[in-house]
Each structure stands twice: as structure tokens, then as C-alpha cells.
Design a binder for this molecule. Structure first.
Ligand SMILES: Nc1ncnc2c1ncn2[C@@H]1O[C@H](COP(=O)(O)OP(=O)(O)OP(=O)(O)O)[C@@H](O)[C@H]1O
Ligand SMILES: [Mg+2]
Length: 453
């Protein structure tokens, strides 16, 4: 196939160059030049005129409402994360570290979908026999699942007749003949992705695209295609541990705070419904510095353990190391504890960790962080069946949070005995009072007195 005319464009300032340059001569940034195809201007315009009638503005009330057709993937946790099922014709990007289980998850979904639909697995990284070996190990064999071992995206079009779902494994391994740069470069990734998008939107085929995350982003990571995708999912977890978290960072068809929890086993990734083994430690309640908080993840609440450790600073500057909690939020809470409760941690290093790799970005975790820090400071453990949630203001007052009822319901379900809640949320708690000790908290100081009196 003849090469198209290409040009190198700076992703920062848009400057162009006929050759690749390590440094953009216009803005001076390094490694920003990516190859792009030059479309012949005149014919493109003519084609546009011929195919599209100019759109006309119409009142909102007259816009026809189309409901999204959603197909269940066969894995309930996955459906939850994408907003209640896979939307027809959408582009779903699944990013994650190498070896985390991206191909495994999508092989399972492809096999499930192939029960009622025609599915194509476009494997650019592994041979068909490797994919079959995996499918056999997972106990998934289906006649409707088509495998294609190919790296050139130009050949995919012919194979898509009658296909409803297509998996591309992975976007970094496919290339188009029209660009001379190697597979995985920013230009190739972007061009292949936009070609896939055109196919998806014009033919109504749903694409699952696997993308590798690289540390320094020297190779084109999924970041460069996030804006093209309808849904961007990240599959995360420690390689040594078997638990994986599926997180949505962008979703045009659902809530992005939804997470799915999976366990990696010999038989593939299995959704986890009992989270207590992942987000709560076994020795909970024996050591100081930990408390449980009901965290909201999308439409659900999960009980998650917040652990803290304080140790004397050996160097001049005390360290603050939060994992799963925002750094600035931790600094703010430390200031509130010092000023309002007399807990001065200025000469201590402070470490905070949220178990299971969950990120507590919502304000409702504030009270639990304060309680865990106070427990570390007084070196007194908090009972393992006690939970706390609430937003802490700079004045030390505890403010109401959303989903309070759901959070308490989760504590009841998990067998907790006591939950510290913002006093302003007490109105909605009446139906739980006979099942759990609900303690209203107006100020952080009150909570500390309640826990350590
Ligand atoms: N025989 C096996 N038994 C149990 N688990 C296995 C087996 N083979 C592979 N795994 C698990 O599957 C993981 C690899 O899964 P998979 O190939 O789906 O990951 P990936 O994210 O697609 O990797 P890559 O980046 O190489 O494409 C391994 O890390 C391992 O945990
Ligand atoms: Mg893979």
C-alpha cells in the first residue's frame, strides 16, 4: 500500500515539521513531535459537501430521545462500572499495568458476549493459540468467538462483517501502513484509535480496546486517547496480590466513581462481593491507629479501613505520606487536630494508608482520618466494630455528608456495633437506632472524647 503524506506535529503547540525532531523548534518542548497523516484538503471538502446535509438547530423539546441499548457483559461488577451494561457502538478503553489481567478480563467478557452475539478478538500481541490456551484454562470455548492474529489495523475492516463486539488487544501493538512510525508511537496510537472510532460510530460495533500504561509515558499510553473514548477504565492492583480494582475515570454513559472488585484466580477474574477480606485487616482493633469508614464508590458503600502511623521525625522537616487520601487534605486535618483538639503532630512523621488500594477522595473520610490519627497519638486502639464518617471543617465542626443512610446501612450489614456520624445527619438515622449504636458528632473534639475517654 502506498504511504500517505505525513507530517510531524507538536502535541504541545501544533508546530509542524516534515521530519521527526527531538525538540520542537517552536515551543522548545522535548519529545512532543508525533507523526500524522496530511489529508489532501480540496477532495476532503468536496466529499464533506457530498455526504452531509447541513444540520439545522431545533428546540430541545423536539429532539428525539433515544435510549441506549445496553448489553450485559456476564460479569456483574463490570456492568456496574460501565454504568449498567455495555452501550452499543461505544468505545471502551481498558488501561492497566502489564500482566495485571486485562486480556483475561476481556477474554472472559468476549466469551460471555459470544453466547448471543458475534464477537471478534483482534489479538495483536499474542498468537491465536495463546488466546485459545487462556480460554481453555478459563473454561471458555465458543464457536461464535472469532480470533484474528493481526497487527495491521487496515486489515480489520474486512473481518468485521456481522460482528457486534470487537476486542483490540492492544492498541500499542497495532499499526497502520499509512504512517511510517513504529507501532506504539503517539501518532500510530492516535491514528489507529480514530480509525476504530470511525468504524464504531458508523457501523454500530462496540470496541473494547486494551491500552498499556507506561511509567514515564515515553511510549504512547492510553492518556493520549482518553478524549476519543466513551468510557475509560483502569484495571489496577498489586501484581503480588490477587485482588484487582476496576475503576472508571471517564464514562459518557454512567457514574465515574463506581468501582468493581475482582479476584485473580486460575479460572480467571472473579467478581468479589464480600469486600471485608480486602479492605479490612485481620488484626483490626488490636493495634492503635486504625478505624473503619463506610466509603461511597458510585452507588454502593464499602467499609474500608484507614490506617495511620506516627513516628518521631529524625530530620528537621516532618514527613506527611498519605496513600489513598489527598495530601493537602491530610495537612489540613493535622492543622485542625492541633488547633482544635490539642493533638500536636508537628514533630512527628505521619503516614496514612487506605487498605486495598481504594482512594478516599470524598470529604466523608475526614472524620475517620482524624480518629485514626488521634488513636495513633494516644496509642489506644479503637474497637474493631466501630466506624466513623463525616466531613471536618476548619473550625473543627463535623458537617453532614451525602448518602449517610446508605453508609450506616452498610455498617449494620457488616455487623458493626457503633458508628460515629455527623450530628446533622441524625434525622435520617431513626430506623437504625435499634440495630446499631449511632453516635452524633458535632465537633471533632467530641468524637475524640467519645472514643478515648
Ligand atoms: N496458569 C495460570 N494460573 C493462574 N493465573 C495465571 C496463569 N497464567 C496467567 N495467570 C495470571 O494472569 C495474569 C496475566 O494475565 P493477562 O495476560 O490477562 O494480563 P495482561 O494485563 O493482558 O498482560 P499483558 O500486559 O502481558 O498483555 C498473570 O499476572 C497471572 O496473575
Ligand atoms: Mg494481554
Amino acid at each position: 500500500m502506498a504511504k500517505s503524506n505525513t507530517v510531524f506535529v507538536c502535541s504541545e503547540c501544533g508546530a509542524t515539521s516534515p521530519r521527526w525532531l527531538g525538540r520542537c523548534p517552536s515551543c522548545g518542548k522535548f519529545n512532543t513531535m508525533a507523526e500524522e497523516i496530511v489529508a489532501p484538503a480540496a477532495p476532503a471538502k468536496a466529499a464533506k459537501k457530498a455526504t452531509y446535509a447541513p444540520a439545522q438547530a431545533k428546540p430541545l423539546s423536539q429532539v428525539q430521545f433515544t435510549t441506549y441499548e445496553r448489553t450485559p457483559s456476564g460479569i456483574s461488577e463490570f456492568d456496574n462500572v460501565v454504568g449498567g451494561g455495555i452501550v452499543k457502538g461505544s468505545l471502551i478503553l481498558l488501561g492497566g499495568d502489564p500482566g495485571i489481567g486485562k486480556s483475561t478480563l476481556l477474554t472472559q467478557i468476549a466469551a460471555n458476549l459470544s453466547q448471543g452475539h458475534r464477537v471478534l478478538y483482534f489479538s495483536a500481541e499474542e498468537s491465536c493459540s495463546q488466546v485459545k490456551m487462556r480460554a481453555e484454562r478459563l473454561g471458555l470455548l465458543s464457536d461464535n468467538l472469532l480470533l484474528l492474529n493481526e497487527t495491521c489495523i487496515d486489515n480489520i475492516d474486512a473481518e468485521l462483517d456481522g460482528v457486534e463486539f470487537c476486542v483490540i488487544d492492544s492498541i500499542q501493538a497495532v499499526y497502520t501502513d499509512d504512517l511510517s512510525s513504529s507501532a506504539g508511537s503517539v501518532g500510530q496510537v492516535r491514528e489507529c484509535a480514530s480509525r476504530i472510532m470511525r468504524i464504531a460510530k458508523s457501523r454500530g460495533i462496540t470496541f473494547f480496546i486494551i491500552g498499556h500504561v507506561t511509567k514515564e509515558g515515553a511510549l504512547a499510553g492510553p492518556k493520549v486517547l482518553e478524549h476519543i473514548m466513551d468510557t475509560v477504565l483502569y484495571f489496577e492492583g498489586e501484581n503480588q496480590e490477587n485482588f484487582r480494582i476496576l475503576r472508571s475515570v471517564k464514562n459518557r454513559f454512567g457514574n465515574v466513581s463506581e468501582v468493581g472488585v475482582f479476584e485473580m484466580t486460575d479460572h480467571g477474574v472473579i467478581p468479589v462481593t464480600d469486600y471485608s477480606g480486602i479492605f479490612l485487616s485481620e488484626s483490626r482493633g488490636e493495634e492503635s491507629g486504625a478505624i473503619v469508614t463506610p466509603a461511597r464508590t458510585g452507588n454502593r458503600c464499602m467499609n474500608v479501613e484507614v490506617q495511620t502511623l506516627i513516628s518521631k521525625t529524625s530530620f528537621g522537616q516532618p514527613r506527611r505520606m498519605p496513600l489513598g487520601v489527598d495530601y493537602n487534605k491530610l495537612v489540613l486535618l493535622l492543622a485542625v487536630l492541633e488547633k482544635r483538639c490539642g493533638i500536636n503532630l508537628g514533630s512527628f512523621d505521619v503516614y496514612v494508608n487506605v487498605m486495598g488500594g481504594i482512594r478516599l477522595n470524598e470529604p466523608s473520610a475526614d472524620l475517620a482520618v482524624c480518629a485514626a490519627l488521634a488513636s495513633s497519638y494516644y496509642d489506644r486502639p479503637i474497637d474493631k466494630f466501630t466506624a466513623a464518617f463525616g466531613e471536618v471543617g476548619l473550625t473543627g465542626e463535623v458537617r453532614a455528608v451525602s448518602y449517610a443512610e446508605k453508609r450506616v446501612a452498610e455498617c449494620v450489614k457488616m455487623g458493626f456495633k457503633k458508628v460515629l456520624v455527623p450530628a446533622k445527619n441524625m434525622k435520617s438515622m431513626t430506623k437504625y437506632l435499634d440495630r446499631i449504636d449511632v453516635v452524633p458528632v458535632l465537633y471533632v473534639g467530641t468524637m475524640i472524647k467519645n472514643l478515648f475517654k
